[in-house]
Design a binder for this molecule. Structure first.
Ligand code: SF4
Length: 272
């Protein structure tokens, strides 16, 4: 079984960035997800995303998506099944099967079918493990994507600011993204999702930004209160991306944001 060190590779075009070179990676130990088996639905060693976040560890988003480079549904399912069988034989725990990898997993055209198949595999081999998808929420307006997310245990949706201009500065959507539309859909999810927010400050295109100012936090808390996720994950950079002029937010600031969320009776998890 490969380890994360074996499956992560440095992007030769952008030193300091990391890409996965396989469909399945790990399991790795994560504070948020426990023993997590990662699934990368994007091409090996190539980032594909609907955002181009300034803090992305995968480097810059290429201009176009070449569908021929994506793994097929059959390739994905067979690799996951083989891994689950191997892990089971070795009595290794898997707490979470996590869709993450080299970009936005919901961009894979067969994402809904892959989710249905992985639920069956999970039920067969690791019935107690959870299925998580880490998504930037850019595709939740697609009914099939939203439905697939409703079938899993932990849909983790990212909103990095309650102010659309700041969100666009930080996340740089490469497709159209409307914050209000995303929030309206999240409101209808009845709290059955996890909200994830990256807090950072820095400069992009000569524009200073900081999504921890009082104005930002007030706007962000308003949306948290409105969409009522069952959990809010708050974090900052673990590594400074090579390409960006961004700064990590101190743990004490993250903790004080967390306290304000808890006053709304919403659980939070701060990842240092
Ligand atoms: S959404 Fe995730 S993968 Fe896409 S650019 Fe942002 S951090 Fe990178």
């Amino acid at each position: 079984m490969s380890t994360i060190q074996e499956t992560l590779s440095t992007n030769p075009d952008l030193p300091g960035t990391f890409l996965f070179n396989s469909i399945v990676f790990g399991p790795v130990i994560s504070r948020r997800l426990g023993s997590s088996l990662g699934i990368n639905l994007l091409p090996a060693n190539k980032k594909v995303c609907s955002f181009n976040c300034i803090y992305c560890e995968c480097g810059s988003t290429p201009a176009s998506l070449d569908n021929s480079l994506l793994p097929t549904k059959n390739e994905v399912i067979s690799e996951i099944e083989n891994t689950l069988i191997n892990q089971q034989k070795q009595n290794k725990p898997i707490d979470t099967i996590t869709f993450a990898g080299n970009g936005e997993p919901t961009l894979h055209p067969e994402f809904p079918h892959i989710i249905e198949s992985v639920i069956k595999l999970r039920n067969k081999y690791y019935p107690n493990s959870r299925i998580a998808v880490l998504s930037n929420a850019s595709r939740i307006h697609k009914p099939a994507v939203l439905n697939a997310l409703s079938l899993i245990d932990d849909p983790v949706l990212k909103i990095d600011s309650g102010i659309e201009a700041t969100l666009k500065l930080i996340d740089c959507p490469v497709e159209s993204f409307n914050l209000e539309n995303a929030l309206k859909i999240m409101e209808k999810m009845n709290g059955d999702f996890i909200l994830q927010t990256m807090f950072i400050k820095g400069e992009v295109n000569n524009t200073h930004f900081d999504n921890t100012t009082e104005e930002e936090i007030v706007a962000w808390l308003k949306i948290v209160e409105r969409i009522k996720p069952r959990l809010v994950q708050i974090y900052s950079l673990s590594r400074i991306p090579a390409s960006s002029n961004v700064e990590k937010i101190e743990l004490s600031v993250l903790n004080s944001i967390s306290e304000r969320v808890q006053k709304l009776n919403i659980h939070t998890l701060v990842t240092p």
